[in-house]
Each structure stands twice: as structure tokens, then as C-alpha cells.
Design a binder for this molecule. Sequence first.
Ligand code: CTP
Ligand code: CA
Length: 233
Amino acid sequence: TALIDAPGPLSGRHAVVTSGPTHEPIDPVRYIANRSSGKQGHAIAAALAALGCQVTLVTGPTRLTDPAGVDTIHIESAREMLAAVEAALPADIAVCAAAVADWRPAIEAGQKLKKQPGGALPPDIRLIENPDILRTISAPGPSRPALVVGFAAETEQVLDHARAKRARKGCDWIVANDVSTGTGTFGGDDNAVHLIDADGTDSWPAMTKQAVADRLARRIADHFAAPTTKDSA
Ligand code: CTP
Ligand code: CA
């Protein structure tokens, strides 16, 4: 895909966006995954590009086509996603919309696991924690993007959990959404989110994921247009 520097409020900026699920291998034919569709992350990548931003989209396996005008990198596992994100830096903006698997099988079998004869128990799959991409790139350092935006998928106490998550991860903004019921569930076209920054919480009405993406991209452009903002405090 050609990276044409389209004119717009984010011209000259580079954004890295993560999207989709990750697949964590069990053996050569099996993996652990989740229900993320990638719709929100892909829409954000496209919305940033539409404002003139150079966008690198690092995506897990989805059914979506690569957004036009976006440099799209396909990965499968969380560790591959982290490596691709780090290779894409430096960036002014990072938006972590991927539903990264929190855990992966501790051991990836080199051969397909086989049923044992004689009614032996099924294998125990021991899990270990994956690297946290959002927390890694939010850490202070020379390659930290000026604006790091995370998502918080919650099923209860959405705002409290999301505010705690913002502090724990060290990111600047958190987009919180309730994935328990109705609007915002994985796979749907609509989303109802709260944008949390250092100054407070902005609750947006339910809208399409495309509209959430456009509004977030616009808000990011406004942030870079107003250097006096305290958003990154
Ligand atoms: N995230 C990430 N790498 C991980 C886990 C999460 O980059 N290994 C990012 C997601 O892309 C999202 C944010 O962290 O932007 C929050 O993800 P979420 O699953 O809501 O939070 P967790 O910290 O994993 O906590 P939990 O799932 O226990 O609520
Ligand atoms: Ca998680």
C-alpha cells in the first residue's frame, strides 16, 4: 500500500494502531483465541489516515480487508504483535485497540497433541502471561509515543476499572467500553464508550464503531493542534 502523505491535521504524524485478536499456539494445528472482530481498531486506523496521518496497523487474524492507505502488518501471537509494534516505532501516536490474549500456553508442542490410548486424561494446558504491549510502549523512554491510547473492555464497574487500568498501564487516554451486553459486544457494529484522560471522563452516546473511530481521530488531531493541553500529564 502506498503511503501518500495526504494533507490533513495529522499530516507529518505517524500512528501505530493494534487491532483484532491474537492467536496463541497450542500445537501446530490448535490455538487459543478470542471473539475480537478487529472492526474498532481497523476503523481507527482508517480514520487517522483520513486526517493525513501515516498509519501502521498491526493486526491479528480478522475477516477484514486491509484499510486503504494504511501500512498493515499481519501477526498472530501477542509476542509477534509486540515485536511488530516495537519495529514500527518511533510514532507520535499509539492506539492499542487489539484484544491481546492475556495468556498463552506455556509450551507450544512441536507436533500435534494426540489422544492417548486407554482412556488417559486429556492434556493439561498450562498458561503463562503474555507481554503487555500497551504497558510496554507506555513506559517512559525516548521511543514512547507522545500520545498513547488504550482500550478497556469491562463487563462490570466499567469506569472504575477503566480508570484503574489507565493508571496501571501508564497510558494517556483510555477508551472504556462495556462488553457485557448489547452495544459494544465483540463483533457488533456499534459501540458506546467513555473517553478517560487525566482531566476526567467524557461519555459518548452509542454510535457506530466507524463514528467512534472518526470522533477519536478528530480528538487526537485536536490534541496535537493544542500543545497546551494537559492530556498527557
Ligand atoms: N493490552 C495489550 N497487551 C496485553 C493485554 C492488553 O496491549 N497483553 C492492551 C489492550 O489492547 C487494551 C488494554 O491493554 O488497549 C486493556 O486491555 P484489557 O484486556 O481491557 O486489560 P488487561 O490489562 O489485560 O486486564 P484484564 O483483561 O484483566 O481486565
Ligand atoms: Ca486482557
